[in-house]
Design a protein around this ligand. Structure first.
Ligand code: TXT
Length: 424
């Protein structure tokens, strides 16, 4: 069986049999000649293995129960590999999946490259006006719709209520209060106050927004990461580490941050809804009530957290568009989103899900929905995802003292202006 993708991908067929891997280039084409959907839909899912993937796999199985002549080939591709794997497969015309879970920043890039099927007027896009405004914006490119929003998310402060009680501190609302709280937590409990993830600049964005900045201003076609607010944000995060209010890591940040927080070594971390299921597996949160969530701390100019999330997109070269459209519609339906919210506390992208009784009472949803409502929208440009690598290099160097906030900010700005040719 030819594998169009690396062995790291987990291949499991949902439906009757394990069909040959890859699609878009073999006779998996389905048809509706008998009025019934048929054939194979290969789906590349990037969700977290061991927590999220089980729920999404089950949903896909339920789809095949409704459409017994369709085989869904579930392939879990790690988040850090999927973007380039899909671009390589789509470019070569071989091995691309029919449906991909496309992170919000990947969607305009894939659309710009012509790798996604426009969905306007297809069965994939049902009740389009039910989607949250920001989620809907993430699937539009040049006035066409190239994906369907699956989950939306943002960042918040996760805190250990017991440590906070033992230290006698309140949840910090600003960076200054975070520093004060961290010092008191250290003094009273010996534990570190805050884990600041240092190997992924997505975690830098709340501090950038807190100083009134952003990576770019897409409307003005202006690079803004190296203006005064950007420099101040770099100074802020460096000070959190230098003052010992926070610990950080230049590599393996996700595992180290989750382990430190779940084991009670740190009292706070910044994270998103996708971390809730994993956090609850930690000894400190066997009693789920011990997990508190709060807005990210404000900086000197304001408070804000980034919009993130994932969309389901159909490969433009799919040989089974009918079944792929139906699969995307099913996976992003009100019922499917409600199941995902109940099981994983991920945020729905459909407004109508939030008013369902058992969703409205979900504590995580009650916290994260207002955060998502005012999350800072991303620049929906093809280069949006590519802004993170240059920022990651300098962010990590500033946190580890290898460069200054001023030099780091300037280096990112210079890289952005090379990437965004005619921008100021
Ligand atoms: C490329 C950006 C934010 C959550 C599970 O999947 C790599 O792709 C680029 O877009 C931000 O929005 C949030 O939902 C969970 O289910 C390529 O293959 C590229 O991704 C991203 O744009 C996300 O919204 C899932 O919830 C390499 O060859 C780029 N990587 C930003 O990514 C949130 O994403 C959970 O996702 C290429 C990357 O920069 C990202 O932050 C994400 O957390 C997911 O796990 C060359 O090396 C560097 C940056 O991390 C943040 O982690 C991840 O936990 C780099």
């Amino acid at each position: 069986m030819r594998r169009g993708i690396a062995a790291t991908a987990l291949v499991a067929a949902l439906g009757v049999t394990l069909a040959a891997c890859g699609s878009g280039d073999d006779s998996n084409g389905g048809s509706k000649s008998s009025g019934e959907l048929s054939g194979t839909v290969t789906w590349w899912d990037t969700s977290t293995v061991g927590s999220e993937d089980k729920v999404f796999k089950k949903l896909a199985e339920d789809f095949t129960k409704k459409h017994p002549k369709v085989t869904v080939k579930y392939v879990n591709v790690p988040f850090g590999e999927a973007q380039n794997k899909f671009k390589n497969a789509a470019q070569s015309g071989s091995g691309a999946p029919d449906v991909i879970r496309s992170e919000v920043a990947w969607t305009p890039e894939f659309a710009d490259l012509g790798y996604l099927a426009p969905l306007d007027g297809t069965p994939a896009l049902k009740d389009a006006d039910d989607f949250l405004k920001q989620a809907a914006a993430s699937v539009k490119y040049k006035d066409k719709t190239y994906a369907v929003p699956q989950v939306i998310d943002s960042l918040g402060v996760f805190y250990n209520k017991k440590i906070f009680k033992d230290a006698g501190v309140a949840v910090p609302k600003s960076v200054d209060e975070l520093k004060t709280a961290s010092a008191k937590i250290k003094e009273k409990t010996g534990k570190t106050g805050f884990y600041l993830r240092g190997d992924d600049p997505y975690w830098f964005l709340p501090f950038l927004y807190g100083e009134g900045g952003d990576m770019v201003d897409a409307d003005q076609k202006k690079v803004t990461v190296d203006d005064e607010s950007g420099v101040k944000a770099f100074r802020t995060v460096k000070d959190l580490v230098d003052s010992k209010a926070a610990i950080t890591d230049a590599t393996n940040g996700w595992d180290n941050m989750q382990a430190a927080f779940k084991d009670g070594k740190v009292a706070m971390m910044i994270n998103g809804p996708w971390a809730v299921a994993d956090t609850f597996t930690g000894k400190e949160f066997a009693d789920k009530a011990n997990l508190g969530i709060a807005p990210v701390p404000a900086g000197s100019a304001g408070q804000g957290a980034p919009q993130g999330g994932h969309n389901l997109a159909v490969y433009a070269g799919s040989k089974n568009l009918d079944a792929s459209y139906a699969f995307v519609e099913y996976m992003t339906s009100v019922e499917s989103q409600a199941k995902v919210t109940k099981e994983l506390s991920l945020l729905p992208t459909r407004s109508s899900v939030y008013i369902k009784p058992d969703i409205a009472t979900n504590e995580m949803i009650a916290f994260f929905k207002p955060v998502v409502d005012k999350a800072v929208e991303r620049p929906w440009i093809p280069e949006g995802g590519s802004l993170f690598e240059p920022l990651k290099v300098e962010y990590t160097k500033v946190l580890t003292g290898q460069t200054t906030p001023e030099a780091g900010a300037k280096a990112v700005g210079d890289r952005y202006r090379k990437l965004l040719k005619d921008w100021k």
